[in-house]
Design a protein around this ligand. Structure first.
Ligand code: PGA
Ligand code: ZN
Length: 445
């Protein structure tokens, strides 16, 4: 029997920052499938455009009622009129929406409306094929297994940049439980370190310093990255997890790039301007002194020469976020220039699940790794947990082990691990090999 869509409904709901976002519900003969989209704060210039109403009387101009209307009055009816067979997968639907929008950045109908439909469609298609979402995504990307590679979760436990109110210019300090034997164990260890970090912050800065930032990490009154890294190393030690963790940093440096220089004092009263080579020296010094294995957006989205020069000698994972914007044109440009060696995969940067899968595939073909990511303004949707397992990328970031919109992804990963184990389906935890998980997946095909 053909599985087709009965209805596509949309509504304005709230994200984790209390800002409006788009929710979609698709009903088919298999049931009703919801999705809610996230939104970034340190957005790149090359991301697909999310529509905001600009009506200053509602939500300070951040309403998404136009995007909601676009789903209900344009996208929904157009998709329904095509009567797509959901059992055949989601690519025809995503391709159709891209054409219907007709712009290169989805600015006509909005990446927020299109993505919400795309995510809900993925769930509806999975149900039409009678498989869980992670398995459907594995099929869509062409993975033949056997089994699944679970991700090493990177927990952003210290928040700076535009995600918090302290003086720290760097946006994210992430801890990765590489010595764990499973996702479930890794999440436990990270939660233990997180509590220890909290105690350490109380001890050093007092109780008023344990407030958290947009992604659930602490934001104590520190400003130099080595202060943050010292706190992490000390919390590993105190929680009995010395040598169990490695560290990732996302400075999100496009946010403090001005006049060809980087201002590490952009959140304080003082300016602290660094040249590109000064930044490279700072990173190399930190990499030498701390167990850092991943660096994301160390340079701004258009500072190509700084990226290229750093990548020449870089031995760790060098991830392009704002640089690539999950966009295949930017990925190809970066590959040609040899600017980085990994893709940050954010579904709302590109606006459909199929295009995100194409971006991941291209990254694998280039021999890069793929790091799946949430946004700082998240929803309670756990979609990216299934996405990460489905594409076998070996690592993801979803913030601290704290706040519902962050832990819903980690909890879903533990659910998936339990399901796979109960069914005796192989599920590998890549540990230190997280970077090469995608390549291993590819070579098995
Ligand atoms: P954003 O931050 O969601 O605010 O863009 C996440 C990131 O920079 O990786
Ligand atoms: Zn980033």
């Amino acid at each position: 029997m053909r599985a087709t869509i009965f209805s596509i409904k949309a509504a304005q709901r709230l994200d984790s920052r209390g800002k409006p976002t788009v929710q979609v519900e698709i009903t088919t003969s298999d049931g009703t499938f919801p999705a809610i989209v996230p939104s970034g704060a340190s957005k790149g210039d090359y991301e697909a455009i999310e529509l905001r109403d600009k009506d200053s009387k509602a939500f300070g101009g951040n309403g998404v009622l136009e995007a909601v209307r676009n789903v209900e009055e344009v996208i929904g009816p157009a998709i329904m009129s095509k009567a797509f067979d959901l059992a055949e997968g989601m690519k025809p639907i995503d391709d159709f929406m891209v054409k219907l929008d007709g712009t290169s950045d989805k600015s006509k109908l909005g990446a927020n409306s299109i993505l919400a439909v795309s995510m809900a469609c993925a769930r509806a298609c999975a149900a039409a094929q009678s498989v869980p979402l992670y398995e459907f995504i594995a099929r869509e990307i062409g993975s033949k297994g056997p089994g699944y590679t679970m991700p090493v979760p990177f927990f952003n436990v210290l928040n700076g940049g535009v995600h918090s109110g302290n003086g720290m210019a760097f946006q994210e300090f992430m801890i990765a439980p590489i010595a764990a034997q499973s996702v479930t164990e890794g999440i436990q260890w990270a939660a233990e370190v997180y509590q220890e970090l909290k105690s350490l912050i109380v001890e050093k800065f007092g109780k008023s310093a344990i407030g958290i930032g947009d992604e659930g990490g602490f934001c104590p009154p520190i400003s130099h990255p080595s202060e943050a890294l010292d706190l992490l190393v000390e919390s590993f030690r105190r929680s009995g997890h010395d040598s169990h963790f490695q560290v990732g940093i996302d400075p999100a440096s496009s946010e403090f790039f001005k006049d060809d220089k980087y201002d590490l004092g952009f959140k304080t009263q003082e300016t602290d301007m660094r040249t590109k080579s000064g930044m490279a020296e700072l990173y190399n010094d930190l990499i030498e002194r701390y167990p850092i294995v991943l660096l994301e957006d160390p340079f701004a989205q258009d500072d190509w020469d700084a990226w290229v020069s750093f990548n020449e000698t870089c031995k760790i994972e060098l991830v392009g976020d704002d640089l690539l914007a999950t966009n295949i044109i930017r990925i190809d440009k970066a590959a040609e220039k040899k600017a980085c060696n990994a893709l940050l995969l954010k579904i709302n940067q590109i606006g459909t699940i199929s295009e995100a899968l194409t971006a991941a595939k291209r990254a694998y073909e280039l021999g890069w790794s793929v790091f799946v990511s949430h946004r700082s303004g998240e929803s309670t949707d756990s979609f990216i947990a299934d996405l990460t397992v489905g594409i076998g990328s070996g690592h993801l970031k979803s913030g601290a082990p704290c706040r519902g919109e962050r832990v819903v992804k980690y909890n879903r990963l533990m659910d998936i691990e339990d399901i796979l184990k109960a069914q005796n389906i192989e599920c590998r935890y890549p540990g230190e090999q997280f970077r090469w998980a995608g390549k291993a997946r590819d070579s098995r095909n």
